[in-house]
Design a protein around this ligand. Structure first.
Ligand code: C2E
Ligand code: MG
Ligand code: MG
Ligand code: MG
Length: 278
C-alpha cells in the first residue's frame, strides 16, 4: 500500500509541476502576442488626500486578459515579462497609453496626474528618457501630470539611478519609491536622490493596527520621510481606523479599497467628475 501511495504521490507531483510549468510557458508565449492583440488594459486607482477624500491623482495598474487563461494578474505576469525582456515593449505601451489618457482627459476638462509603475529594467534602458520625452511631447503634456513609481530594487545601482532620476527631475517628472520598506534601501540613502514621494508598502498598513512593532515602523517612516521633505503616501488602506492612524501620525495621502479598488477608465472618469477634479 505504502509503495502504491508513493507511486501515486510521485505521479501527482509530476503532474503539478507540469501544470505550473505549462501555465508559465503559456503566459510567456501569450505575452509576446498580447500587445498586438490588444489584450492589455489600464485600470486606475485613485490616490486621495486623506483629510478631505479629494482625489489628487490616479495610479495606472496593468490588466491582461489572456484569450484562454482569462484574467492574469501582474504579480504573475510582470516577473515573467521581466525575465524575458518583454517588460520593455509592454512598459513602453503603458507609458504611451497613460500619456494619451492624460491628454484625452485634459481635452474633456479633467486635469489629473497619472502615476505609472516602472520596472528596474525599463528604468535602466538607454531609450527610457527618450521614451518619456517623446510621450510627453506627442501629447503636448506638461510633465507634472506624469509620475513614475520605481521600487527599491532600482536603488541597487545607485549611481546609475541617480543620473536617471536627475534627468527625469530636469524634465519635470515626479518620481516616487513604491513598496517602501520591503527592500533594503534606507531613508538616508534615498535622501541623496531627488525623489518626490515614498509609498509605504501595503504590508505595513495591513499589520500596523494589530502589531505594535509595525506601527512603530510606520511612524518612523512617516517622521523621517517628512523630515527629509518627501511626500508620503500609504498603500492598501482598507479601513477607517487605518486612515485615522495614518493621519494622526502625519501621513496625508493614500490609496486603497477604502476609497476604491483599481477600476476601468469609464469608472474612474465618473469618480473624477463627481469629486470635482474637473
Ligand atoms: P503596486 O504598484 O504596489 O500596486 C499596488 C497593488 O495593490 C495593486 O495590485 C493594487 O490593485 C493593490 N491594492 C490597491 N489597494 C489595495 C488594498 O486596499 N488592499 C490590497 N490588499 N491591495 C490593494 P496589482 O494591480 O495586482 O499590481 C501588483 C503590482 O504589479 C504593482 O504593485 C506593481 O508593482 C506591478 N504592476 C502593475 N501594473 C504595472 C505596470 O504597468 N508596470 C509594471 N512594471 N508593474 C506593474
Ligand atoms: Mg505602484
Ligand atoms: Mg506598492
Ligand atoms: Mg509593487
Amino acid at each position: 500500500l505504502a509503495q502504491k501511495n508513493g507511486y501515486n504521490n510521485y505521479q501527482f507531483f509530476v503532474h503539478q509541476v507540469d501544470t505550473v510549468q505549462d501555465r508559465k510557458i503559456r503566459i510567456e508565449q501569450g505575452l509576446k502576442k498580447a500587445l498586438h492583440h490588444n489584450e492589455f488594459e489600464l485600470y486606475y486607482q485613485p490616490q486621495v488626500h486623506l483629510e478631505s477624500g479629494r482625489i489628487v491623482g490616479v495610479e495606472a495598474l496593468l490588466r491582461w486578459k489572456h484569450p484562454e487563461l482569462g484574467n492574469v494578474f501582474p504579480y504573475e505576469f510582470i516577473p515573467i515579462a521581466e525575465s524575458t525582456g518583454m517588460i520593455i515593449p509592454i512598459g513602453k505601451w503603458v507609458i504611451q497609453e497613460a500619456c494619451k489618457q492624460i491628454r484625452r482627459w485634459q481635452s474633456e476638462g479633467i486635469r489629473v496626474k497619472i502615476a505609472v509603475n516602472v520596472s528596474a529594467l525599463q528604468f535602466e534602458d538607454h531609450q527610457f528618457i527618450e521614451l518619456i520625452n517623446e510621450s510627453l511631447s506627442k501629447n503636448l503634456l506638461p510633465p507634472k501630470y506624469l509620475e513614475l513609481e520605481i521600487t527599491e530594487s532600482v536603488m541597487q545601482k545607485i549611481n546609475q539611478s541617480y543620473t536617471i532620476i536627475g534627468k527625469l527631475k530636469n524634465i519635470g517628472i515626479k518620481v516616487s519609491i513604491d513598496d517602501f520598506g520591503t527592500g533594503y534601501s534606507s531613508l538616508s540613502v534615498l535622501s541623496s536622490l531627488p525623489i518626490d514621494a515614498i509609498k509605504i508598502d501595503k504590508s505595513f498598513v495591513r499589520k500596523m493596527m494589530t502589531d505594535s512593532n509595525t506601527a512603530s515602523v510606520v511612524k518612523t517612516i512617516i517622521e523621517m520621510g517628512s523630515n527629509l521633505s518627501f511626500n508620503l503616501i500609504a498603500e492598501g488602506i482598507e479601513t477607517e481606523e487605518q486612515r485615522e492612524f495614518l493621519l494622526e501620525n502625519g501621513c496625508h495621502l493614500g490609496q486603497g479599497y477604502l476609497y476604491s479598488p483599481p477600476v476601468t477608465k469609464g469608472e474612474i472618469e465618473k469618480l473624477l467628475i463627481r469629486e470635482n477634479v474637473v
